[in-house]
Design a protein around this ligand. Structure first.
Ligand code: ATP
Ligand code: MG
Length: 434
């Protein structure tokens, strides 16, 4: 099945309502029904119909029937594309339940006045109709993107990596043949805490940025939580060797945009580091593993002791911290990726980034390292130096980051540079493995 996004056109009595659905494979019948009810709040919609190739109407009342419709639609969409046509949206026709009038088998008459607001089949002035359609568009997208995912739909494949807390697998979503990354974390916690984590993760559904990994859902099976996200075929940046500055510039732009987006939602990332920056062969760079669930972070911390080497000095010394701590982590990560080694040579990171606290004391006590000027451009050296100021307030403020010449100069909207570099690096890796 084609796994690209589709457009669903809900045919309502007051006009058409188009809504993009980025991940049709996550859509379930109930979500779509809720979305239709948003557009037609006055009607009792219990099912909807679509038209097959000869124009016959087929009713959809369940997840199974929805899957059949999507499968039929995706096939026609592929055909249209092969023929060089732009695919038509998937048109659906909501079916309202029987009106009270029809159900009134004894024909009892009550004197009522017709009210346009209560009957959506009635003609509504165009402007008002358009307004209400516009208003529900955002809401509709939110509902349609809120798909559910569960353990039965997932077939685990190879392990992608292992961190402090969990193991990440490549996996297939069985019904829709879409590849996912599933992080499985063992957690011995009460059902109450499980519920709290699930509700804290809800905010991830709202994250909608090209610089943040897409979240598809999470579920508990016994004492393990599985967190399903989009799979990035280039993996994380920690496994790449030294990254050239012209590529790193584009990566920095995406990281800054991703963080600016999270901060706008009042989310601190708290774990910015190369292994939480993912890339793909399309040239996209996305952030993952940000701490939206305090309970999840606390539960993992109980099992894994240590301090993260990418943390800002104020965090290592246990002081209060804020956005500026994320900015430090951007600086130290970019420096490591540029040099191909952790910038504090006295800190030997073996596996993972958690270290005994005493070993990180030099980050608090010493002057931060500086990139060698001869090897890197002045703007890059300046950017990293600014991000790694020991005093949090001296680091660039969030709204100044985008304006820094190093970021501004690489903010050309092109994915080509990263795309080619990722593809080339993967090719090289494959060649060396053979
Ligand atoms: P930590 O647990 O300290 O955060 P980590 O980030 O290395 O360390 P995980 O988050 O468990 O550990 O990730 C393990 C590895 O799995 C990553 O380093 C990355 O290579 C891979 N990985 C994680 N998410 C994805 C994804 N969405 N697509 C592809 N690979 C991924
Ligand atoms: Mg990670």
């Amino acid at each position: 099945m084609d796994t690209d996004g589709i457009v669903i056109r809900i045919k309502t009595p007051v006009g058409d309502m188009d809504s993009p659905v980025d991940y049709p494979f996550l859509l379930n019948f109930n979500d779509l029904l809720v979305a239709i009810r948003e557009v037609m709040p006055e009607a009792t919609v219990t099912a909807f119909e679509y038209e097959d190739e000869v124009g016959d109407r087929i009713t959809v009342r369940s997840d199974e029937e929805l899957k059949a419709m999507l499968s039929y639609y995706c096939n026609t969409m592929t055909e249209q594309r092969i023929n060089g046509l732009l695919p038509d949206p998937l048109q659906i026709f909501p079916r309202a339940g029987k009106t009270p009038g029809i159900r009134n088998i004894h024909g009892l008459k009550v004197n009522t006045r017709p009210s346009p607001a209560n009957d959506c089949a009635q003609t509504v002035p165009n402007a008002a109709a358009n307004n209400s359609l516009k208003k529900s568009s955002a809401e509709l997208k939110r509902i349609l993107s809120n798909g559910q995912i569960n353990g039965q739909d997932i077939e685990y494949q190879e392990q992608l990596g292992h961190g402090n807390g969990g193991t990440v697998y490549k996996a297939n979503h069985l019904s829709y043949k879409r590849v996912l990354a599933v992080k499985v974390i063992p957690l011995d916690i009460t059902v109450e805490l499980q519920k709290q984590i699930m509700s804290e993760l809800e905010i991830l559904y709202k994250c909608d940025s090209p610089y943040i990994i897409t979240f598809f859902g999470a579920f508990f099976v016994e004492n393990r939580i599985s967190i399903c996200t989009e799979f990035m075929d280039g993996g994380s940046l920690d496994v790449y060797k030294r990254i050239p500055e012209y590529v790193l510039g584009r990566i920095a732009v995406a990281v800054v945009k991703g963080l600016t987006y999270l901060w706008s939602l009042k989310i601190l990332h708290r774990d910015v580091k190369p292994s939480n920056m993912l890339v793909n062969t399309r040239g996209q760079v996305k952030l993952c593993d940000f701490g939206v669930s305090t309970q999840l972070v606390n539960s993992i911390a109980k099992t894994y002791v240590g301090t993260n080497a990418y943390m800002a000095p104020e965090r290592i010394s246990g002081e209060q911290y804020g956005i500026h701590a994320d900015v430090w982590s951007v600086g130290i990560s970019l420096m490591e990726l540029a040099l191909g080694m952790f910038p504090y040579p006295q800190i030997q990171k073996n596996q993972g980034s958690l270290m005994p606290l005493q070993l990180l004391q030099c980050i608090v006590d010493e002057d931060p390292p500086v990139l060698p000027v001869g090897q890197f451009s002045e703007t890059f050296v300046h950017f990293v130096t600014q991000c790694m100021k020991r005093q949090p307030k001296e680091r660039p403020a969030p709204n100044n980051l985008m304006e820094h010449p190093f970021i501004a100069q690489h903010n050309d909207g092109s994915a080509e540079v990263v795309s080619q570099w990722v593809s080339h690096s993967l090719e090289e890796r494959r060649r060396l493995q053979v």
